[in-house]
Design a protein. Structure first.
Length: 143
């Protein structure tokens, strides 16, 4: 099995993204990597919801580039800086993925402190509890 997994589009990313797609004959699954960097000092920016991070590129891939392919979120994460990481996790896993991202069949959390950012789910008890609660949904348990 082969998965094509670009980063979500951002200012300065390769465009058009379709120029990187090798074609349906070579791809079994599509995939996206994306992060909410928030206002983390490692890369100051603004707080972004899961939907703000993924919506545009998800639409492009699932509608135009590879509409017949299942998708996974290969890497996702959120910082604690600039908003509520627990709310971000809950919204992503309990609301957005199940209700607005039907092509997504798998999700991977980037659970490592990297590039000066505390990406792990366990960065706070609230974040850990939100993750545990969201993935206990039948949406995930039944799969």
């Amino acid at each position: 099995m082969w998965t094509w997994c670009p980063n979500v589009q951002y200012p300065g990313s390769v465009k058009p993204l379709s120029s990187l797609y090798p074609g349906d004959a070579y791809v079994d699954w599509t995939c996206l990597d994306g992060y909410n960097w928030g206002t983390d000092p490692a890369r100051p920016g603004r707080w972004m919801s899961f939907d703000e991070v993924f919506r545009e590129t998800y639409g492009l891939v699932s509608t135009w580039i590879a509409p017949s392919k299942p998708m996974m979120i290969g890497e996702m994460g959120s910082t604690e800086h600039g908003g509520s990481k627990a709310e971000w996790i809950w919204d992503a896993l309990a609301v957005q993925v199940p209700l607005r991202y039907p092509a997504v069949r798998a999700v991977v959390w980037f659970n490592k402190a990297w590039d000066g950012v505390g990406w792990p789910i366990e960065s706070s008890e609230a974040a850990r509890a939100a993750f545990a609660g969201a993935i206990s949904s039948p949406v995930y348990v039944s799969r």
